[in-house]
Design a protein around this ligand. Structure first.
Ligand SMILES: NC(=O)c1ccc[n+]([C@@H]2O[C@H](COP(=O)([O-])OP(=O)(O)OC[C@H]3O[C@@H](n4cnc5c(N)ncnc54)[C@H](OP(=O)(O)O)[C@@H]3O)[C@@H](O)[C@H]2O)c1
Length: 247
């Protein structure tokens, strides 16, 4: 089993300035990570993290839709053990709605192309680590399509498949490839969802425990623990259940 203790390790987190990405950054630092490269489109939004952790937080300007920004970020990173592909958006659109192609493009540009571009850009540094991890934040919506956010579900299903592909490609390396499948979490992204939500810090704790325990598929909150078990035993039932999540 592949495991990794964040103590003394160097991480990169995309979208580290708020929500789940900020919580993961804090949890990695609290569990002894030596340094976190904190990616944000606007590095000024990282000032609280820097004031708390000083030079253990390295602000990195990172827009995953901007090739130059990704290139500059990769050039800055000298060594890397843990990559957290967290940056994402939630563009709403049904498959058969007039907005399908627009919302699908937006979701794919950031949630999928951005993730693949950033992963490839920093993989040379990660490949030098003797014990590493790649963490991809998918969603429960990646395991069954939710019609209220159908094209978002498409993008997160792609993240699920990308995670499986990375795991297969890195099977002979000491790299834990983790997929994370949260349910509704209390961040700006989910502000308009009228549902019970778990906290970003619980998600972050589940992820970091997963690193230490070698968990490949992390279901980090109350809803995802239930749905995750259900998915593993009966994916068709999850499809039918999620079909009720209408706009
Ligand atoms: N919240 C939920 O219920 C939930 C459930 C399942 C999965 N997730 C996933 O968890 C991840 C984090 O979401 P969250 O809930 O923390 O959302 P959030 O609070 O809206 O944060 C999104 C983060 O992504 C960043 N981002 C957006 N576009 C970007 C770009 N082009 N380049 C770089 N960074 C970009 C944002 O930066 P700015 O501040 O610059 O906008 C922000 O840091 C996402 O992948 C999301 O799909 C969330």
């Amino acid at each position: 089993m592949k495991t990794i203790d964040p103590k003394g390790k160097i991480a990169l987190v995309s979208g580290a300035n708020r929500g789940i990405g900020k919580a993961i950054t804090l949890e990695l630092l609290n569990k002894g990570a030596a340094k976190v490269y904190a990616g944000a489109r606007n590095v000024e939004t990282l000032s609280e993290l820097v004031s708390l952790y000083g030079n253990r937080v390295v602000p990195v300007q990172l827009d995953v839709t901007d090739d130059r920004s990704i290139e500059r970020a990769a050039d800055l990173i000298e060594a890397l053990d843990i990559l957290v592909n967290n940056a994402g958006i939630f563009a709403i659109g049904g498959i058969l709605s007039g907005a399908a192609l627009t919302s699908l493009k937006d979701n794919l540009d950031i949630n999928v192309w951005g993730l693949i571009k950033l992963s490839n850009a920093v993989y040379p540094q990660l490949a030098k680590s003797e014990n590493s991890a790649i963490i991809n934040i998918s969603s429960l919506a990646g395991l069954g399509n939710m019609p209220m956010a159908a094209t978002y579900s498409v993008s997160k299903a792609a993240v699920h498949s990308i995670t499986q592909g990375m795991r297969a490609e890195l099977s002979d390396k000491n790299t834990l490839v983790m997929g994370v499948y949260p349910g509704p979490i209390d961040t700006e992204m989910a502000a308009n969802l009228e549902m019970d939500k778990d906290s970003p810090s619980n998600v972050a704790q589940a992820i970091v425990s997963g690193l230490i325990n070698g968990t490949e598929d992390v279901f980090p909150d109350v809803m995802s623990q239930q749905a995750g078990n259900f998915y593993l035993s009966n994916p068709k039932a999850v499809e039918q259940e999620f079909a009720n999540f209408k706009a």
